[in-house]
Ligand binder design. Structure first.
Ligand SMILES: *Cc1c(COP(=O)(O)O)cnc(C)c1O
Length: 421
């Protein structure tokens, strides 16, 4: 598999170069030259395959011959080494819980996959010692820090906006030590992102260190997110209509991976891009005009992104055809008040605690279902609610406490069996 730059001013590269450099020299994001089709046999057998086998099958064409089969097998198995349960939340709504990894948020899979690939390339002497530079709006930093902790040949520097990440998130960023350094920036996520971009363009810095990014612009972080949709499909009732999938979206890597899995032949239904007040994409789908804006802080802070990097990949996947995109994807804007109301309502009715990001997705899905009543759906529950005590504790009426770093997540509350997946 070769990757081209979406700015078309750089040479084609293989998976190794795309992973090690993060971004093309012309500043574009890398995109796979062809979209592999899942073999018919894979789709037929999918429900019976282990997570590690699914991961190996999905990732193999993207990795090509840059990592031998036995190493890729190990990397895949380690990247998906926890549960991804699909649980009923309300009538017609299920939640795919993606927060059972070490940092209690969905970015663990991509970060673990990428760190192990980079570790493999570094160990082979294929790359000079690497410094991974990453800006985080909340969960990326923790997942990257945890994924890269102790990987030989790789230093990690994380920039996070002061006062705009939750205490659990800050704890996960700042307490690991070893090869992980966290820098608190007085500014927003976009300011952190701008500093990272500036560092990449600094010729003096480039002479002293080999810098790469671990944001979802990196193909090794972005592509494994397709696996969530395969795991979701494995658990979706075989006799039910294809699920509508509501994805809480910030930088749009996760949603783009879902659309990619669908383009590869995974039989999924309609997609919803669920956004908070940072909503250039919903505005674009409505009006055809895209304009980046400064990020504004919300309760779903990992989605506070004013200019989502991966949206260009979605446009590429749809050949820049707005009509086709609208047929496959709806988008919605959800306010903080609506987010809190959804958490409160689902807690009261089902005794299930949504985190603010999943609550944004839930609200968007409910609005879609009001227009399409026969459409059963799922939300991607991207973070554990304990990461957001300021929002969820007033609703619960008691403290839920901070988990120890690295501790396995507390079990989510038991839910009643509900119809529709
Ligand atoms: C990063 C993140 C998102 C947004 O995912 P993107 O791939 O950037 O769109 C949503 N929810 C949580 C909890 C996150 O950490």
């Amino acid at each position: 598999m070769k990757y081209y730059s979406l700015r078309h001013q750089s040479p084609l590269v293989d998976f190794r170069t795309a992973t090690v450099t993060g971004q093309a020299p012309d500043g574009g994001l890398y995109f796979p030259e062809t979209i592999p089709r899942f073999p018919a046999g894979f789709l037929r057998e999918l429900r019976n395959l282990s997570k590690a086998t699914v991961a190996l099958n999905v990732m193999r064409p993207y990795v090509g011959n840059t990592i031998p089969e036995s190493d890729l097998q190990r990397i895949c198995a380690e990247a998906v080494d926890f549960e991804f349960p699909l649980v009923p939340v309300a009538a017609g709504v299920a939640a795919l819980e993606l927060f059972h990894g070490p940092t209690l948020a969905f970015k663990d899979v991509g970060a673990r996959f990428m760190s192990r690939c980079l570790g493999y390339f570094a160990q082979r002497g294929d790359t000079p010692p690497v410094t991974v530079l990453v800006a985080t709006s909340g969960d990326t930093g923790g997942a990257v820090a945890s994924g890269f902790l102790g990987v030989p040949g790789v230093e990690v520097v994380i920039l996070y906006p002061s006062g705009k990440v939750s205490p659990v998130q800050e704890q996960q960023l700042t307490t690991l030590g070893q090869n992980i350094t966290a820098l608190e920036v007085s500014g927003t996520f976009d300011d952190c992102q701008a500093l990272v971009k500036q560092a990449f363009q600094d010729p003096e810095l480039a002479q002293r260190r080999f810098l790469t990014s671990a944001n979802s612009i990196n193909v090794a972080r972005w592509l494994p997110q397709q696996l969530y949709y395969c795991f979701a499909w494995q658990q979706w009732p075989a006799d039910a209509p294809a699920p509508v999938i509501s994805v809480p979206s910030g930088n749009f890597g996760n949603l783009c991976a879902g659309l990619l899995a669908q383009a590869s032949g995974l039989p999924l239904g309609h997609f919803i891009a669920a956004c908070n007040a940072n909503d250039p994409v919903p505005v674009y789908l409505r009006t055809g005009n895209y304009s980046a804006r400064a990020a504004v802080p919300t309760y779903s802070n990992a989605m506070d992104v004013g200019n989502p990097s991966n949206f260009v990949r979605i446009l590429e996947l749809f050949h820049h055809d707005l009509g086709k995109l609208r047929a496959a994807l709806s988008a919605d804007t959800v306010t903080d008040d609506e987010t809190v109301a959804a958490i409160r309502q689902v807690w009261a009715e089902s005794n299930y605690l949504l985190d603010p990001h999943a609550a944004v997705a839930y609200t968007a899905l409910r609005r879609y279902q009001a227009q399409h009543p026969a459409a059963p759906g799922m939300v991607l529950a991207t973070a554990h609610p304990v990461k957001f005590p300021d929002v969820v504790e007033p609703i619960l009426g008691h403290s839920i406490g901070l988990p120890e770093p690295g501790a396995s997540p507390p079990k989510p509350p038991q839910t009643k069996r509900a119809a529709g997946g």
